[in-house]
Design a protein around this ligand. Structure first.
Ligand code: FES
Length: 171
């Protein structure tokens, strides 16, 4: 009888530990998703360190009052002229405002697409329109690459080329 009770106590404690470990894991994953990347803001520029960014997790920064989406592509995502290459990694950077009427689209990592809840517009993981009414892709903010850092607000050669190629309009 005593052995049975001890066994039950042990199983209860083990289950409690297992549940607590799972909860802590889930909370730390959520924290990682919600925490902003290390960034520095100065005189209209925002510098974001992308070196520790996880794949296929949308990070939203703020630049000049606008939400800026930064998405590190996973290896299975198709390449696109709007890709931003930093080292061996590919990123998508965009102003996080729907080009229809300015709502903030949500990212769905399993489908790898953005959906705007206001009128049902959809964009792929490079911000290109999958479903109207958005009239054009998500806009790309001026950016410059410095090592593993992204400087928002400065026009680097990659951004100037995108403008020249008509891949985005100036914001
Ligand atoms: Fe996004 Fe209308 S504001 S679809």
């Amino acid at each position: 009888m005593a052995v049975e009770k001890e066994r039950r106590n042990f199983l209860g404690a083990a289950l409690g530990l297992f549940t607590a470990a799972g909860g802590i894991g889930a909370l730390s994953a959520m924290k990682y998703t919600w925490d902003p990347l290390p960034s520095v803001k100065a005189a209209g520029f925002t510098t974001i360190d992308l070196s520790k960014m996880p794949e296929n997790v949308l990070v939203t920064e703020k630049w000049r009052g606008k939400p800026i989406f930064v998405l590190k592509h996973s290896k299975d995502m198709k390449s696109d002229p709007r890709d931003v290459k930093i080292g061996d990694d590919i990123y998508f950077i965009a102003v996080g405002l729907c080009t229809h009427l300015g709502c903030i689209p949500s990212y769905f990592p399993d489908d790898k697409k953005f959906i705007c809840a206001c009128h049902g517009g959809q964009y792929d993981s490079n911000g290109k329109v999958l479903k109207s009414p958005p009239p054009r892709p998500l806009d790309i903010p001026p950016f410059k690459i410095e090592g593993t850092k992204l400087v928002l607000g400065e026009e680097g050669p990659e951004y100037k080329k995108m403008l020249a190629d008509g891949l985005t309009s100036k914001v």
